[in-house]
Structure formats: structure tokens, C-alpha cells
Design a protein around this ligand. Structure first.
Ligand code: DLZ
Length: 156
């Protein structure tokens, strides 16, 4: 289920689209579930040409996303989980990843689905991971957002 303000998005039809799914390796239980959710959304939309690539951490998501965006992919889905710790590191990684991914999208025109969870603790992340007990599925949602944005840009 989505958050209270989230719209209900119809499943976009996106046959023939090429998608890169880039996922960080930290917090693997959650990131693996995010990848599974993204793959489910792509499959439901008819996307068969997609590739999943793992990067070390969320800080590395933008450079891989840029590579994909410049390398012929029509859309990118970026997935990661950052959990707040005792140092300001959390803010730096979240800010760098968020700014970097937005810059990739706006500089290249290639839609980037934002599936980066920035959480205070593990339960918050698990609740958004698309696992059986989760209330939200941010992997699914971010893949759907990337495809919907791609179709919107093509309609302009
Ligand atoms: C170093 C670090 C820490 C402390 N926490 C996380 C995290 O919660 N989630 C995540 O995706 N990555 C984390 N990293 C790794 C950084 O993103 C990055 O991979 C390293 O600083 C190496 O550049």
C-alpha cells in the first residue's frame, strides 16, 4: 500500500523500452526486496530488456546512473537504503545520492526512478521494502515512476 498522498498510477505499457536497475549493496535484505519490486513493475509493464547492476553503496548510484543514461538506456531505476547512524555521514550520503541522481535526470533527460530509502532505523526501511509485511513497495513504485515519466516525456 502507498503513503496517504501517493497517487494510484495505472500500470504503464512500456514494451520495447530499455531499463537499467542500479542497486546499492548495503542492507541487502531490503535492497534485494527493492530490486524484486522494481523487476515486478517492469515485467507488469511489458519491459523485457532490463539489466540489474549492483554498486557498493548509495553514494555510487549517481555515477552508475549517469553511465546508463549516456549508454542508451531509456530509463534508470536507482535503489538503495541509507540508515541513520551516530555521525553526520547519513546526511552526506543521502544528499550526494539525491542531488547526483536528480542531476543525472535533468542533465541527460533520461528519467531516473528514485528508490533510495533514507530511514532512521531498520524497521522503517523494512516497512517500505515490498516484503510480505511491508506497507509500501518503493522498488515497485520507483520503477513505475521511471516508466510513467518516460511515457510522459514522449508525449510532449
Ligand atoms: C559508508 C556507508 C555507511 C556508513 N552507510 C551506508 C548506508 O547506510 N547505505 C549505503 O547505501 N551506503 C552506506 N555507506 C557506503 C557509501 O554509500 C559508499 O559506498 C562508501 O562511502 C564508499 O564510497
Amino acid at each position: 500500500m502507498s503513503g496517504s498522498g501517493a497517487p494510484t498510477i495505472e500500470i504503464p505499457r512500456a514494451e520495447g523500452v530499455r531499463v537499467a536497475v542500479i542497486a546499492a549493496q548495503w542492507h541487502p535484505k531490503v535492497t534485494d526486496a527493492l530490486v524484486a519490486g522494481a523487476e515486478r513493475a517492469l515485467t507488469e509493464s511489458g519491459v523485457t530488456d532490463y539489466k540489474v547492476v549492483r554498486v557498493p553503496g548509495s553514494f555510487e548510484l549517481p555515477v552508475a546512473a549517469l553511465h546508463a543514461a549516456k549508454g542508451g538506456y531509456d530509463a534508470v531505476v536507482a535503489l538503495g537504503v541509507v540508515i541513520r547512524g551516530d555521525t553526520p555521514h547519513f546526511e552526506y550520503v543521502c544528499q550526494a545520492a539525491t542531488d547526483g541522481l536528480m542531476r543525472v535526470a535533468t542533465d541527460t533527460g533520461v528519467p531516473v526512478g528514485f528508490g533510495l530509502l533514507t530511514c532512521d532505523n531498520d524497521p522503517q526501511a523494512l516497512d517500505r521494502a515490498g516484503l510480505p509485511d511491508s506497507r509500501e513497495d518503493k522498488g515497485y513504485e520507483s520503477a513505475q515512476a521511471a516508466l510513467s515519466t518516460l511515457l510522459a516525456t514522449r508525449a510532449l
